[in-house]
Design a protein around this ligand. Structure first.
Ligand code: F6R
Length: 243
């Protein structure tokens, strides 16, 4: 789906989430952080605010930096709290995100995986994409079967995320992320991307071969994926003319 601009991309993706939420009595949402979904959260909060249906939502985030406490302004927990949990008054027992300060990170990863399974898996997953094609923090070269695990971030990812920190030196070099196998288990996936810097990753998803060099191409093996793009992110994709 190609939309005109970022506002429309945010509205369209939020509307699809809202529809799924109101159609279900209970829903497990897989959520992403980063620059792309900021507008999505604003719109979804607008849709949901004032409704009592937020009780039926459970959220599971894709990833968290290792070494940042929940209270750290750059943690993904803080991002989620500011953009989604707090505005909707979601409680701690509905909102889950890996603990990047856990003493045993391997154990934290497998417990997070088990937690998702114990609630019946993810119904609807939101994904952004890295310029290098990463989904969650599954960097190029990742195996498509992997479950939640600890990752070393590629220098290009550290560089891309430095814009959120005071200095590139402050950007953590490791994270816990749902694996591609975990992501592919979601019943439905919505990918959002805007800007020309995402165009190559989107090209690989639409026209490329399934390849570990471009983790996003793992989604080719999923039966229910919607990709919402602005025109810049879609500019390498050969679109069919509507007839
Ligand atoms: C964030 C995440 C990442 C981002 C990707 C794009 O939870 O899992 O895969 O979606 O790095 O980030 P932005 O949106 O900042 O370009």
């Amino acid at each position: 789906m190609v939309v005109e601009n970022y506002k429309e991309l945010s509205q369209k993706s939020a509307q699809m989430f809202y529809q799924s939420i109101i159609n279900k009595r209970a829903i497990n949402l897989g959520l992403a952080t980063g620059g792309t979904p900021v507008g999505f959260y604003q719109e979804l909060v607008k849709f949901l605010k004032g409704h009592d249906m937020t009780e039926c939502i459970r959220t599971f985030n894709l990833d968290e930096y290792i070494g940042l406490s929940k209270g750290n302004p750059n943690s993904f927990y803080t991002f989620m709290n500011d953009h989604f949990y707090k505005p909707l008054n979601l409680s701690d027992d509905q909102t889950f995100i890996p603990n990047g300060k856990a003493d045993d990170l391997e154990d934290e990863s497998s417990q997070y995986e088990t937690l998702i399974q114990s609630y019946g898996g993810i119904d609807l997953q939101l994904l952004g994409v890295g310029e290098n094609g990463h989904i969650g923090f599954n960097e190029p070269g990742s195996h498509f079967e992997q479950r939640t695990h600890v990752v070393n971030l590629k220098p290009s990812t550290v560089q891309a995320n430095a814009r959120f920190f005071n200095s590139i030196k402050d950007v953590p070099k490791k994270a816990i992320t749902m694996g591609i196998g975990t992501i592919l288990d979601a019943k439905e996936i919505i990918v959002i991307a805007n800007g020309e810097h995402k165009a190559e990753a989107i090209y690989q998803l639409v026209h490329g071969e399934k390849s570990r060099n471009w983790p996003i191409t793992a989604l080719k093996g999923h039966s229910n994926v919607t990709v919402i793009l602005d025109e810049a992110a879609a500019n390498k994709v050969k679109l069919r003319q509507a007839t």
